[in-house]
Write a protein that binds this ligand. Sequence first.
Ligand SMILES: [Fe+2]
Length: 178
Amino acid sequence: MIANCDRHAREACLSAEEKPPVRTIDIGISESDRRAIADGLSRVLADSYTLYLKTHNYHWNVKGPMFNTLHLMFEQQYNELALAVDQVAERIRALGHPAPGSYASYAKLTAIPEEEGVPPAEDMIANLLAGHETVARTTREVFPGDDQGGNEPTADLLTQRMEVHEKTAWMLRSMFGD
Ligand SMILES: [Fe+2]
């Protein structure tokens, strides 16, 4: 450190040799913690993307007397999920890691089974309910611990995601009169 420099201007005070390379991430979270959090976020991303596709599938293929209600409700839900996957993926990037972006990688990472067919409308509601609860569980499982300090933005994002999934699960469950 150069002598007599302002303690508030740390970067300016570092000599050329002391400055970290511009391309090195230096946000106060260790590389191993950033890796662990990015891995957890990748699981949330895979669950969310798989649930997004399933919800869109059901929006297209739902039939029966509840068509209009379900077609519109599924549209609201997949639009919300489309915005969410972008936020989760970009948080992974901010932590310095690549965001998974292929169906093959999502199939490996997700805990949600893909939809192969066209189930009856009631089964669609039940499957989406199970999907939202699965994302809530994954999110809770990968939530950054106190030992991974300084990860407030990740905790904030995951808190919001849990709230959405738990609320959506409640709404879907209510359709059964439970
Ligand atoms: Fe549509």
